[in-house]
Design a protein around this ligand. Structure first.
Ligand SMILES: [Zn+2]
Length: 271
């Protein structure tokens, strides 16, 4: 199990491994493009070669790719709906070129269609993502934090979606500690019960990656606000226990906290 962080690709993806090394990260998460949208820089054989050489040089064990922010499989706007399907598929192909293991994505919101239709459209969208897919990277669904309309704030709902869109390419979930805390999973006061709950709702084995972020906002706040490890309301004790769980299930941990404070976060998780 390895510890790492989200790192910037400013100047090109090939620059990420050196930045990762500088902050003590053993594994990295990147966007391969601007997460807000816009032009998608090509991943040429030359970029791949440089990226892989730099991973080797700076000791980066694995790469994870975060899909862009605009993904909403349950949009009533066809441009967004089909754009989500094609962007996730594109990120899977791009991640595969870079040798990344997983792409993680959020699913979207039920606000356009209502819950039942939204889940149905999300499942259809995921199936379309994998239609004819032949590359190596697999997809993870990340749990979300947000108002009632966000899809994937509870693990039983994600489990239903995983089961309804079975694919060898849909590997499981990325568990974000802050998003789950903001959705009512109490890591601070009920660690054991929270683990039991997740085991029951989806199974710990489905967790392939952990986003280790402390929380600026309180339990069940429905707000997505990351804090440095030990500086938020989840607290350091819970993260120590989570490192042990991550080691057991062999899931890497990535911090999505601001730089350069992330250096201390990585350090804390390593020890
Ligand atoms: Zn996250």
């Amino acid at each position: 199990m390895h510890i790492g962080a989200h790192v910037s690709i400013a100047g090109g993806v090939e620059n990420a491994p050196e930045r990762a090394k500088a902050i003590g990260a053993e594994v990295i998460q990147i966007f391969t493009r601007s997460p807000q949208g816009g032009k998608v820089p090509p991943i040429t054989p030359e970029v791949v070669k440089k990226f892989k050489a730099n991973c080797e040089k700076f000791g980066i064990k694995d790469t994870y790719v975060h899909a862009p922010y605009f993904i909403n499989f349950a949009s009533s706007n066809n441009r967004i709906k089909y754009g989500s399907i094609s962007s996730v598929r594109q990120e899977l192909d791009r991640a595969s070129l870079l040798g990344a293991k997983y792409v993680m994505t959020h699913l979207g919101s039920t606000k356009d269609l209502g819950e039942k239709e939204a889940i149905k459209q999300t499942i259809e969208g995921l199936k379309k993502v994998f239609d004819g897919y032949k590359s190596s990277a697999k997809l993870l669904i990340e749990n979300s934090a947000g108002s009632g309309s966000i899809i994937g704030s509870d693990f039983s709902q994600i489990n239903k979606i995983l089961k309804a869109a079975p694919s060898p390419h849909l590997a499981g979930i990325c568990l974000d500690t802050q998003h789950s805390f903001a959705s009512g999973y109490d890591w601070k006061n009920n660690f054991g019960k929270t683990i039991e709950k997740i085991e029951k709702e989806i199974g710990l084995k489905k967790i392939k990656l952990i986003h280790a972020n402390d929380s600026k906002t309180e339990l069940d706040s429905k707000k997505d606000r990351h804090a440095h490890i030990g500086e938020g309301l989840i607290g350091i004790e819970a993260f120590k226990k989570l490192v042990a769980v991550a080691a057991e299930i062999n899931a890497d941990m990535l911090c999505e906290t601001p730089h350069p404070g992330v250096i201390a976060d990585i350090e804390v998780l390593k020890n």
